[in-house]
Ligand binder design. Structure first.
Ligand code: ARG
Ligand code: GLU
Length: 732
């Protein structure tokens, strides 16, 4: 019996993708419908994507080119994350009106703030255009020629689709160019900021909690799309009116329970599900450790400075946020891949593939050739990783890069413009130089030393010497460069002409950067590097095609490419470590537990504390009644002790097994009826290897519970009029 079961389990694994894995194409969701309904969904694939009728996809927008948003009212009001709206909130903030710190709530349409440059893109329809894109291409067409044909076909197709319409067409490759889809979009350019909670709600937990569960971040902001009188996209104008979406999401107040079906509908950016073991090994075990170490160095110095004064904290906050974001994600990715034995698993699959391919002329060389390409590329990739994470770690070297470009510029007019711009920047740069230079100098020296130890001595012209001598040399470069001497630099820039370039290249900093750059980016090396990548594209196209032929019963999802996708799974806790179980939801109680007025990330607004202490959660809170004792008699009837206790709390976040990635930020999290229950905003770091390999035991997306969002808008900010625009549904 046992043996039969095991065999069955193995078979099941071979034919279906891992449970909960996948980012599916809305147009082809019919293929997943039965599985989704089996998992609990009560709507149909057509309710999600339908070319002839308004459907859920009409409520989803791509927010700029990197986040997702969803309409929640018939008046163009949409939700996204606070971290997605961040730069617009900052842009409108001044010392007098610090919306970032204090929050912002427009009380009338009149007060909503235009955000020039911000776009909201709605998918009108999509189409499979593989045959048209590949017209004129055969299996024998050389790669460069193929690329040219594809490019020209795409251009023609796009023109034809856009002609005479206000639509914008986008065509993207899927499965490494085995398939192409065209997206016909409507791009709205008048988008206004409507509301944002204060930072200590919208960014509660900051970078300390980033990628972590349990989480208590109220990561949302609100915008409104405006259109012209005909409800069509138009550039900002006072005469524009709120856009009337074909569909907006109803909001469920029912909340979530562990095991509930949920799906995420949005724009995931990039995944690499099908790459070979060598590619996984390179990313997870070679590049990530280098990046992590070098960023640890930078973060150590920035954090030290940030702990010294509020001014320093402010100065470095956003750069630390972005350095730390990747740093933490890669740690999870590497640990996750190794825990999963991802490289070995991929190797096993490759062996199977090779056996299958051995008698197939089209495929039998694919894997050996991919291996050869990776063997060739590996040292270059490592070197370029060092270049971006070490050489370019300090402001000092980034400035040296700017000055190197100036030194190599031969056009007098451009030189004049650049040098005068650099004079302005110099004034700004030196405004707080004294404070900054301590940090920047330390970062420069330590990251270069790290790289030197890793074997990049020629960059520094420091072979066969002791570390102490290298350190002294770096210090000397830092201290003697004109880039760190305001008077000297300004004077030099003052009389700058093309001829000054020679002298500039002799500055120790510019010289060092120039030397490292010329070694890392040697033109011939880079040109073969690019060719090899083109070859990998070609081989991956064959490899994925072969995989599909080899396993005809598997429904393969295409890697994320910033097109609209559906990911589905369940609300579910997980076991990150031995002896630890994470429940799938968090509540306001956890915010109070984390509260610490002395730690910036954990300051709690007095009003939030007040609402918590009087348990004034409006219709959004949860009530649980527990009984001191219960017992069940022999007839299986349960009795309750009369001394019951009712506790009230406010849900804040939850986690689920939806397969998401960067770009899914702001995506709606929907329940079995297609109603909004949350806003996606992160993943748990223990599962960030899901960009390469998904593990249902560890991969969780992190969502803001929509009830907390409504509570903040209504009870905290007193902006109930915004909630009144929405449609709330409760079955209780
Ligand atoms: N980790 C999330 C993402 O990848 C949120 C990043 C912004 N938040 C932060 N604390 N840095 O984008
Ligand atoms: N915070 C990410 C974003 O901005 C989502 C987290 C992830 O899944 O990578 O899209």
């Amino acid at each position: 019996m046992k043996r039969i079961l095991t065999l069955f389990a193995v078979l099941a694994l071979a034919v279906s993708a891992m449970a909960d894995e996948g980012m599916w194409i809305p147009m082809l969701l019919g293929r997943n419908e039965a599985d989704m309904q089996k998992a609990g969904m009560r709507i149909t694939a057509k309710d999600i994507y339908d070319i002839n009728n308004a459907c859920l996809k009409d409520a989803i927008i791509l927010f700029n080119q990197g986040c997702t948003g969803e309409f929640v009212s018939g008046q163009g009001l949409f939700l996204t994350n606070h971290h997605c709206g961040y730069s617009y909130i900052t842009q409108h903030s001044t010392v007098e009106h610090d919306y970032l710190t204090n929050g912002f709530w427009a009380t009338t349409h009149f007060e909503e703030l235009p955000c020039p440059g911000l776009t909201a893109t709605r998918l009108v329809r999509m189409e499979d255009v593989t045959a048209q894109v590949l017209e004129g291409v055969t299996a024998e067409t050389p790669e460069a020629e193929r690329n040219a044909i594809v490019e020209s076909n795409i251009k023609k197709l796009k023109q034809r689709a856009e002609n005479g319409t206000h639509y914008k067409a986008v065509i993207k490759p899927f499965y490494y160019g085995n398939q192409y889809f065209m997206y016909i979009n409507e791009v709205f350019t008048d988008v206004r900021l409507v509301g944002a909670p204060p930072s200590n709600i919208g960014k509660f937990g900051g970078d300390t909690d980033n990628w972590m569960w349990p989480r208590h971040t109220g990561d949302f902001s609100m915008f409104r799309v405006y259109a012209n009188q005909d409800n069509l996209p138009a550039n900002y104008s006072r005469n524009n009116v709120p856009y009337k979406p074909l569909k907006f999401l109803e909001i469920s107040l029912d909340g979530v329970e562990e095991g509930d079906f949920t799906f995420v509908f949005g724009y995931p950016g990039t995944t690499q599900r099908y790459v070979t073991s060598d590619a996984v090994q390179l990313a997870a075990n070679i590049e990530n450790p280098i990046r992590i170490d070098l960023r640890t160095i930078r973060l150590k110095h920035y954090n030290k400075a940030m702990n010294q004064s509020p001014a320093q904290r402010l100065k470095y906050a956003s750069r630390v946020a972005s350095i730390a974001n990747g740093w933490k994600k890669w740690q999870g990715e590497t640990q996750g891949i190794n825990r999963l034995e991802g490289v070995a698993k991929k190797r096993q699959f490759e062996e199977r593939f090779q056996q299958w391919a051995n008698d197939k002329p089209q495929y039998y060389k694919v894997l050996p050739q991919l291996k050869e390409d990776y063997d060739y590329l590996r040292p270059i990739e490592v070197e370029l990783t060092y270049f971006s994470e070490a050489v370019r770690a300090s402001d000092f070297m980034n400035r040296a890069n700017t000055y190197r470009q100036l030194a190599n510029e031969e056009d007098e007019i451009k030189v004049a413009a650049t040098s005068s711009k650099l004079k302005e920047e110099t004034e700004k740069y030196f405004a707080d130089f004294e404070q900054h230079t301590v940090v920047d100098r330390a970062i420069f020296i330590e990251t270069f030393l790290y790289m030197w130890r890793a074997g990049y001595a020629p960059y520094l012209g420091a072979e066969n010497v002791e570390a102490a001598a290298v350190e002294a040399k770096l210090a000397k470069i830092y201290d003697e460069s004109m880039l760190n001497n305001k008077e000297k630099l300004l004077k030099f820039l003052d009389g700058y002409t093309v001829k000054s370039g020679k002298k500039l290249l002799k500055d120790p900093a510019v010289h060092l950067y120039d030397q490292a750059y010329n070694m890392a980016y040697d033109p011939q090396k880079i040109s073969t590097y690019r060719q090899r990548y083109q070859d990998i594209q070609r081989l991956m196209r064959l490899y994925v095609k072969g995989m599909m032929e080899m396993q005809p019963d598997v429904n393969f999802f295409p890697d994320a490419n910033l097109t609209l996708r559906v990911a589905y799974g369940h609300v579910e806790g997980f076991r990150p470590r031995d002896g630890v179980y994470y429940k799938p939801y968090s509540t306001l109680r956890g915010i109070m537990e984390k509260e610490n007025p002395d730690i910036y990330d954990y300051v709690v607004e007095p009003k939030l504390k007040m609402l918590y202490s009087v348990k004034d959660f409006g219709p959004y809170g949860i009530e649980k009644t527990t009984y001191d004792t219960t017992w069940t008699d022999s007839a299986n009837v349960t009795f309750f002790d009369i001394s019951s206790k009712t506790t009230k709390d406010m849900p804040v976040g939850f986690i689920a097994t939806n397969h998401t990635t960067g770009g899914n930020s702001g995506s709606p999290v929907l329940n079995a009826d297609g109603r909004l229950i949350g806003i996606n905003f992160d993943r748990c770091w223990e599962g960030t290897m899901s960009d390469l390999l998904f593990d249902p035991d560890y991969c969780r997306n992190i969502c803001l519970d929509i009830r907390y969002c409504l509570f903040i808008i209504d009870k905290f900010a007193g902006a109930k009029y915004l909630v009144d625009e929405m449609t709330l549904v409760s079955s209780k």
